[in-house]
Design a protein around this ligand. Structure first.
Ligand code: HEC
Length: 425
C-alpha cells in the first residue's frame, strides 16, 4: 500500500470510529473528502489533464458532488477494471469500501465544507520523469498535428535509440507531449529494426497509421495512460533491447475540439542492477487468433485460448487486449495438478483504458501449467463502442473495425541466467 492510499484509509477509519459517537452529519469536505480526492482523483482531475473537470477545490467537488457519488458508488471512478478480491496489484487504483461510504455520506448530508484549516494542502504534481533523468531520451522530429475534430487517431512513431550493442533497460518511461489529447500510449520494440522504418517511410508525414498494434509482431513494453505510475522492472530482470532495435510509440489521440500538437518523449534507463532475466511477452490467443470470427448481432460471443507452459516461469504483470467490441476477459492458470490460479479478471473491459495489471505477488508457474483466457465480445447494436450500423461480422485484424483477443503475460524464465555485463553483450 502506498502512502497516499494509507492516508485516505486513515481518514476513513477515523471517520468510522467517530460515527460511533457523532452523527454522520459531521462528514465535511475539508476533513474527510478532500484527502480522498487528493489521493485518488486529482492526478487526472486537474487543469490540463485528460479528465473532463478539475476536482482540486471545495467549489469543484461540490459542483460535481452528485456525479462523484454515482461514479464512486458504481466503481466506475477511479478507473480500474480488474475484479476485486482475486489478487492484489501494485497499481490498483480502486477505493476502499470505507472511502466510498465517506463520499456517499458527504453527498447525502449536503456536501458540507467544514473548517478550511483542517483541509490538506492542494497536492503538487511532477509531470517530468518520475524515476529520474533517463539515459536516453527519444522523440520525433517535429510536433505531430492533430485536427480539432474527427474520429480518434492512432499513430505509430518510429524512434531510433542507436544501440550498437544489445542493451539491458530497466525503466521505460513516457512523458506525453499533450495531455489534453494523448489518450493512451503503447510502446513496442522492433528488435530487428527494419520493419517499423519501412512502414514509416511508406506514409507521408511523421509516423504511420496503426490501430490494434504496430502492424507486425513486436515486443511490448510499458507505455503510458492517465495517472500512470512508472516502475522499474522486477529485480534481476529487464528489457533486453537488441543492437539496432527501433522503438515504436503508438499514440491514441482523442480530439478535443481545438487543433493540437504533440511531441511525446520516451526515456530509457540502462539497467542499474545486475540483470540475468529477460522480461518476456507471453500470449494466450483467443478464438484461434487469426481465425477469430464474431457473428453480427451476437451480444455474448465467447472465445477461449491457452498457452501451455513448458518450463518454470514467473508471471509479473498482465494485459487484456481486445478492441472496441471487447466486453470482458478472464485470465487464469492451471497448475500441473489442475489447481486454478487467478491472474486477472476484467469484468467490464474498456478499450479506452489500457492497463498493465502488476501482480503484488509474482506468480510462479511450474512446467506443465497452462495459462488460460476466456474473452467475451459484444457485437450487438447496443455494444457501447459499436462502429457498424447495422452490426456486421467482425474478424481478426489490426484495423479499428477488426478484433483480436490476446492475453499478454509479462514473465521471466526461472532458469535463465544471461551474463549481467550488459555493455559487452
Ligand atoms: C486515471 C485517471 C482518473 C482518475 C484517477 C479518476 N478519474 Fe474521474 N474521470 C477520468 C476521465 C478520463 C473521465 C472522463 C470519462 C471517461 O473517460 O471515463 C472521468 C470522469 C469522471 C466523472 C464524470 C463522469 C460523467 O461523465 O458524469 C466523475 C464524476 C469522476 N470522473 C469522478 C472521479 C473521482 C471522484 C475520482 C477519484 C475517486 C476519479 N474520478 C478518479 C479520469 C480519472
Amino acid at each position: 500500500m502506498n502512502a497516499k492510499m494509507s492516508s485516505g484509509l486513515a481518514v476513513a477509519a477515523s471517520l468510522l470510529l467517530f460515527t460511533g459517537t457523532a452523527s454522520a452529519q459531521d462528514v465535511t469536505y475539508a476533513e474527510h473528502v478532500a484527502p480522498i480526492l487528493n489521493a485518488n482523483c486529482v492526478t487526472c482531475h486537474r487543469p490540463g489533464e485528460v479528465a473532463p473537470m478539475s476536482l482540486l477545490t471545495y467549489e469543484d467537488a461540490r459542483r460535481y458532488a452528485r456525479q462523484i457519488g454515482v461514479e464512486v458508488s458504481e466503481r466506475r471512478m477511479p478507473p480500474w477494471h480488474a475484479a476485486p478480491g482475486l489478487r492484489d496489484y501494485t497499481n490498483d487504483r480502486s477505493l476502499e469500501d470505507a472511502e466510498i461510504e465517506v463520499i456517499q455520506q458527504w453527498v447525502a448530508t449536503g456536501t458540507m465544507r467544514g473548517d478550511d484549516a483542517l483541509a490538506p494542502p492542494i497536492p503538487t504534481f511532477n509531470d517530468s520523469w518520475q524515476l529520474g533523468q533517463p539515459d536516453v531520451v527519444l522523440t520525433w522530429d517535429s510536433p505531430y498535428q492533430i485536427a480539432a475534430d474527427g474520429d480518434d487517431e492512432y499513430r505509430c512513431f518510429v524512434l531510433d535509440p542507436k544501440l550498437e550493442n544489445d542493451q539491458w533497460v530497466d525503466v521505460i518511461e513516457v512523458i506525453p507531449g499533450n495531455r489534453l489529447v494523448d489518450h493512451h500510449i503503447v510502446i513496442y520494440v522492433d528488435q530487428g529494426g527494419t520493419i517499423a522504418p519501412r512502414r514509416d517511410a511508406a506514409e507521408p508525414g511523421e509516423g504511420y497509421t496503426c490501430f490494434g498494434g504496430p502492424g507486425f509482431q513486436a515486443y511490448m513494453v510499458p507505455g503510458w495512460g492517465p495517472g500512470y505510475v512508472a516502475a522499474e522492472t522486477p529485480e534481476g530482470s529487464g528489457y533486453l533491447l537488441e543492437a539496432g532495435a527501433k522503438i515504436v510509440v503508438q499514440v491514441h489521440y482523442h480530439k478535443n475540439g481545438t487543433a493540437q500538437e504533440d511531441l511525446t518523449r520516451v526515456g530509457l534507463r540502462f539497467a542499474r542492477q545486475p540483470t540475468q532475466k529477460v522480461l518476456y511477452n507471453g500470449y494466450a490467443l483467443g478464438g484461434g487468433f487469426l481465425g477469430l470470427r464474431i457473428p453480427a448481432g451476437e451480444p455474448n460471443h465467447v472465445v477461449t485460448g491457452r498457452y501451455p507452459v513448458s518450463e518454470d516461469i514467473t508471471i509479473h504483470s498482465l494485459v487484456a487486449h481486445m478492441h472496441y467490441l471487447g466486453k470482458s476477459m478472464d485470465i487464469w492458470a492451471t497448475l500441473p495438478d489442475g489447481t486454478r490460479v487467478d491472474l486477472v479478471t476484467v469484468p467490464r473491459f474498456d478499450f479506452f483504458w489500457q492497463t498493465q495489471y502488476a501482480l503484488a505477488e509474482p506468480q510462479h508457474l511450474p512446467a506443465g501449467s497452462v495459462v488460460h483466457m476466456e474473452a467475451i465480445f459484444d457485437n450487438s447494436a447496443e455494444s457501447p463502442y459499436q462502429h457498424s450500423n447495422p452490426p456486421r461480422e467482425v474478424t481478426f485484424g489490426e484495423q479499428t473495425t477488426d478484433e483480436m483477443a490476446v492475453a499478454v503475460f509479462f514473465h521471466t524464465r526461472d532458469a535463465e541466467n544471461i551474463s549481467s555485463d550488459s555493455s559487452s553483450r
